[in-house]
Design a protein around this ligand. Structure first.
Ligand code: ACO
Length: 349
């Protein structure tokens, strides 16, 4: 059945897009709900602080069946499109995924981009091949980064344990001061936070993923903070400051949408190399979970993603109580030079 692809520019279309992606997410993930619709509304502007954005919907005469989101970094990684592509579970194996992918490739070329990266999900153990990796393989993509998603049941972690672990870790690192805030960093810290955010793209294992070091400035960090607030998300942050220099040695942040505060996402965690080995990772994690609980009492679970070859982070998360749930693979598709500049048949320009 023919697929018509159209650009999503208004909320009713975004609602349809969301319904398709949420149904796909329910089928393919274990306990990872789609982002709330309200959280996606800013994407209709076509721009975030760090990306150009395009949202596309695929419809047959039976209604919407396919959804894609293209995110194109604007500060760095100018060859890349981060692609999300979903087909409704009731409309699979009918070629709609392939048609949407052809459209996404056309849009990537239109923007002068030559590399597509996309995340797919697979079960932790053996079993039949999951749709995402099979689809990516059929497209000629290769898995370049393997991660495990872990989940913490926050309701099962006693306050005594959080406080005890935090205090023990703080006592073991007397040269550092713990700083904590929500949404807005104290004045004067943005340059240090930008430095730490940039290190998230050089110090975290990327395996074979072609990802350039990201370019972060104090202004970009502040703009990202503002965007998080505008999207109705809260950012819960703990940082450690080297008492001898006043510079930040590491930080961790957790994001929560106020439209669904039960679900929290671990974002960055980094300790600069010269400050490792003092238990700062544990201190940051326990302190931030305490702050999360204080600030957003409705939070029930925290999701985190760790590369397989990041044993230090995994050990810390195991100690906190995170449990592995499923595998996430980053797939990379390099587009050969000189592909067609025109859209595939039936696809709008
Ligand atoms: N098992 C084995 N091979 C598969 C499967 C599967 N379950 N699904 C797709 N494929 C392969 C086949 O080679 C298929 O060709 P064939 O049917 O002629 O054998 C080819 O992919 C194209 O299949 P489509 O029918 O076009 O794919 P579909 O419309 O079913 O959508 C998709 C596939 C997008 C992976 C869907 O299952 C889904 O939404 N999954 C969740 C989200 C996801 O993983 N997205 C992929 C991101 S990767 C990327 O975009 C490069």
């Amino acid at each position: 059945m023919a697929l018509t692809v159209s650009r999503v520019t208004v909320e009713p279309q975004l609602r349809q897009w969301h319904a398709v992606s949420a149904a796909a997410g329910d089928a393919d993930h274990i306990g990872l709900p789609a982002d709330p619709l309200q959280d996606l509304l800013p994407l209709l502007t076509g721009r975030t602080t760090g990306h150009l954005v395009e949202v596309w919907l695929g419809t047959t005469r039976d209604g919407p069946v396919a959804a894609t989101l293209l995110r194109m970094p604007v500060h760095d990684n100018l060859a890349v499109v981060s692609l999300s592509l979903y087909v409704h579970p009731r409309a699979r194996r009918a070629g709609h995924g392939r048609a949407m992918r052809a459209h996404a490739i056309y849009r990537a070329r239109h923007h002068g981009r030559s590399r597509i990266v996309a995340e797919v999900t697979a079960p932790l153990g053996d079993g039949p091949e999951a749709p995402g990796p099979a689809f990516a393989r059929a497209a000629g993509a290769r898995p370049v980064l393997s991660e495990v998603r872990r989940v913490l049941d926050l309701t099962a972690v006693g306050e005594d344990r959080l406080a005890g672990m935090r205090d023990a870790a703080a006592a073991a690192a007397p040269g550092y001061r713990l700083l904590q805030w929500v949404d807005r960093a104290p004045a004067g810290l943005h340059a240090d936070l930008a430095r730490l955010a940039a290190r998230m793209t050089t110090d975290v294992p990327m395996q074979e993923l072609d990802w350039e070091p990201e370019v972060w400035t104090a202004e970009r960090y502040a703009a990202t903070e503002a965007e998080t607030r505008d999207r109705g998300r809260r950012r819960v942050v703990s940082a450690v400051q080297d008492r001898s220099t006043g510079r930040l040695a590491g930080y961790t942040d957790i994001g929560v949408s106020l439209f669904r505060p039960q679900v929290a996402y671990q974002w960055d965690t980094i300790v600069l190399p010269e400050h490792r080995g003092h238990g700062l990772g544990l201190l940051l994690k326990f302190a931030n979970l305490q702050l999360l609980r204080q600030e957003i009492p409705a939070a029930e679970v925290v999701h985190t993603w760790n590369a397989d070859d990041n044993p230090h982070m995994v050990r810390i998360n195991d100690a906190v109580g995170f449990r592995p749930v499923e595998r996430h693979l980053e797939e990379q598709l390099d587009l050969p030079a000189g592909g067609p500049a025109a859209p595939p048949p039936g696809v709008p320009r």
